[in-house]
Design a protein around this ligand. Sequence first.
Ligand code: LMR
Length: 328
Amino acid sequence: LTMAVSAIALTATVNTASAACDEGELVIKFSHVTNSDKHPKGIAASLLSDRVNEEMNGKACMEVYPNSTLYNDDQVLEAMLQGDVQLAAPSLSKFEAFTKQFRIFDLPFMFKDMAAVDAFQNSETGQAMKESMARRGLLGLEFWHNGMKQFSANKPLIEPGDAAGLKFRVQPSDVLVAQMQALGASPQPMAFSEVYGALQQGVVDGQENTWSNIYGKKFFEVQDGTTETNHGVLDYLVVTNVDWWEGLDADIRDQLSTILREVTETRNAAVGEVDAEARQAVLDAGGVIRELTPEQRQAWVDVMKPVWSQFEADVGAENIAIAQEINE
Ligand code: LMR
C-alpha cells in the first residue's frame, strides 16, 4: 500500500510539474526535502511556483519537487553546480562545504528568536553572506525562515545530562557536531530523508528540529517526547547556480527576483503562525511536549554556549557582536 501511494504521489507531482511547462518556456526546477503543506518552506515554494507559472506564463515555468523526490539534501548542491536543478533552499547548516560564514546560525543560543534572525539576515552583514559562495558557483537569492529548534529523544530530556550518552541525528555541520559533543552525546550526521527510519529503528536516539519538521515528518511518533528548548535556529537560503542566473535574460531575471522577493516577504512574515500550528498539530496528534523552567533552560545554555569559542575564527567575532546587539 505504501508503495502504491507513493507511486501515485510521484505521478501527481510529475504531472503537475509538466503541466506547468509548455514548449519554449524556461524550465526552473526547484528541489527540496520537506513536506509541502503546513511547512514554511513547502508553502513558500508552492506560492513561488504558482506565481511564476501564472505571471511568467509563456516565458518560464517552475516545477517543485518536495520531500526529497528529486534530490536529497546532500546531493542537491552538486546537482545545481552540474546544472541539473536551478533552485533549492537547503538549510544554512548544509553549506558546510562551501562557506564557514553560515556557522554563526548553527551556534546554540546565538539568536534569541526569529525576529533577531530576521534582523541579522537583513543587516549589511547578513545580506553580504548571500554572495559568500559566488566563487564556488552558488548564489544566495533570499533567506527563508523556518524556526527555532527543539530536542526530541526516546527518553525525557529535562536536564542537559539527560542527553549524555545518547546518539543524536544532526545535519552535516561541524558546529552541530560540537554542540552534541558538549552535551556528552554522540552526533550522527544524516540526510533529512533518513531521520524517521533511523529514529524508528533505534539507529539514533534523538534529533533536533523545528516544529514544522517534527510534525511534517512525524518524528514525534517515534520519540518519547520533544523538549521545547528553542536552542538554535533552522533557516534556509534560496540558492541558484551563478552561471545559470547570470545567463538569464535581464527581464526574466528581474521578474523572477521580484516575485521571489515578494514571496519571501509574505512567507517570512507568516512563519510564526506556521510554527505555532505545527506545534499544536504535534499535541493534537498525541505527541508529548515538555516545557522547561527558566532555570532548567539556563542549564542547557551553560553547557552548550561554550562551543562558540571553537568557531569564533570561522564566523568572526564582529559578527557575533552584531548578532548579540540585535538580541538586546
Ligand atoms: C534537516 O535536515 O533537518 C532540515 O534542514 C530539513 C529542512 O530542509 O528543513
